[in-house]
Ligand binder design. Structure first.
Ligand SMILES: [Zn+2]
Length: 478
């Protein structure tokens, strides 16, 4: 080899520096965020883990995962993957690694009845943190009440100023007047719906959500404008049936089949159905009519979001799903506990419907539908960011999915829906190092999903327990 002269040496050095700079995805974090970071090395090796990789393939034991500058550079048997010199080694014997969760029915707000009305309060501080602590490295919000706050939180997380997941922000609800929920956005006509899509898309919102009183013509206008920009539309519907929505080009339907008004025979086109729940209760679990609807949704490529925690019955089940009540601010904690106590043994209809909806979601998945997972931290105040996200995975297993399927639904399927499956959603070479390290074997006991130790986002490891500890007594207030 020819020795370098001084000039080429300088060029080499410059080239080398550019390379180092280009390769380094080193993120800057404020001291407040750094407090929660447990692992932040350029080169990391997770050694001897059980890996459920998010693709739906079988779990593998004794795996080594290498991370370099935030990217997964190798995954394989311990015996096949060489740990590079200088890597920070994390022993994962007896532990499970899954991809970071991609949860798609999320909110940065908490709901509570005040003066007899459904009050919605932005959780500008606690919820983004709790999502990450619970293992969610990417979330899509599904309707916002303070879109400007959600967008600012998204930006500040990206700048390393706040702890939280990557966010796909949904614009304010697209809804016609009908509910006395003060925080809910209302439109007066379809033209306004179309304008609001473009207004919020210009501000950075990337998803849109139709709500229960929206009309078919509103959905048509929103789909037209959103699809022009390559953006997606979902809905928690009622006036619009699932069949109508699928035919109008909606991309996603929320809450499994719980809000589905298609089976209310008294419902008229363009009108609200107040008997939809009763109609679902009367519909047999193995109904041909439901199977027919499922076929249409799959044919029209409509994804379905499972949000089981928000429908979890009260009787014999946890007060705070997947967590404990100490996270709530004390006065709200008292009302949530009291409501849970009052509801014991009085929710038999909701128990029946809960089980049926589980079965229908499984039928949709088994028929080839794209089932997604969400938390929906609303309802009676028992479902919270992070805790409820992990609970969704437990409930998918209760619904009959294997742990491997449940993880795929909550990781890869969300990434596919968001069009991000080239970079996130599974543990594969070349993907972003979004990973969750859990203590215990997740296949042996799905409740080990609660044993979140470290959540890696782009290769930076956050201390889950420390984050949850930091929000104790605060949820409901901020
Ligand atoms: Zn919701």
């Amino acid at each position: 080899m020819k020795p370098m002269n001084k000039a080429s040496c300088q060029i080499f050095l410059l080239f080398f520096l550019v390379l180092v700079r280009f390769n380094s995805s080193a993120q800057n974090f404020t001291p407040e965020v750094s407090l929660f970071i447990k692992v932040n090395s350029a080169s990391i090796a997770l050694v001897d883990a059980k890996v459920i990789d998010g693709t739906g393939g079988p779990a593998k034991l004794h795996q080594t995962i290498l991370i370099n500058n935030g990217i997964i550079t190798a995954v394989g048997n311990n015996t096949d993957v060489n740990v590079p010199a200088g890597a920070q080694v994390i022993s994962c014997g007896g532990k499970t690694v899954i991809p970071g969760l991609v949860m798609v029915h999320e909110h940065l707000y908490y709901t509570e009845f005040l003066d007899g009305y459904f009050n919605v309060a932005q959780m500008a501080s606690s919820f983004a943190k709790m999502y990450l602590a619970g293992g969610a490295t990417t979330i899509r919000t599904a309707g916002s009440i303070e879109p400007q706050t959600d967008l600012a939180i998204q930006r500040m997380i990206g700048e390393g100023k706040l702890v939280g997941p990557e966010m796909d922000v949904t614009a304010p609800y697209i809804e016609r007047p009908g509910f006395d929920i003060p925080a809910l956005n209302n439109i007066k006509d379809s033209a306004e719906a179309a304008r609001s899509v473009n207004f919020w898309a210009d501000k950075g919102c990337t998803s849109f959500k139709m709500y229960m009183h929206a009309l078919p013509e509103d959905l048509q206008a929103v789909v037209r404008e959103a699809h022009k920009r390559g953006l997606k539309v979902t809905g928690h519907l009622n006036v619009i049936t699932y069949r109508e929505a699928a035919n109008l080009g909606i991309d996603n339907l929320e809450h499994g089949f719980m809000p589905c008004s298609d089976f209310d025979s008294t419902k008229k086109v363009g009108q609200f159905s107040s008997l939809y729940s009763r109609a679902l209760l009367n519909l047999p679990q193995n109904s041909e009519k439901m199977k027919d609807l499922i076929r249409l949704l799959i044919q029209k490529k409509v994804a379905l979001t499972s949000t089981l925690p928000v429908f979890e019955p009260f009787t014999g089940r946890e007060i705070i799903l997947g967590g404990d009540t100490s996270v709530l601010v004390p006065p709200i904690r008292e009302t949530v506990i009291a409501r849970w106590q009052r509801a014991q043994n009085k929710d038999s209809a909701s128990q029946v419907l809960f089980k049926k909806n589980m079965a229908w979601e499984k039928q949709f998945y088994d028929a080839g539908g794209l089932l997604l997972a969400g938390t929906d931290p609303t309802g009676s105040g028992r479902t919270l960011a992070g805790y409820g996200s992990r609970r969704e995975i437990e409930l998918l297993v209760e619904a009959g999915f294997t742990p491997v399927q449940a993880i795929k639904i909550a990781t890869m399927n969300g990434a596919v829906y968001l069009g991000k499956n080239k970079t996130i959603g599974s543990i594969e070479k070349g993907k972003q190092a979004d990973l969750v390290l859990l203590d215990g074997d997740l296949e042996k006991n799905i409740k080990n999903i609660r044993n979140t130790e470290i959540v890696f986002k782009k290769g930076v490891g956050f201390d889950s327990k420390m984050i949850f500890e930091s929000v104790k007594g605060k949820v409901g207030l901020n």
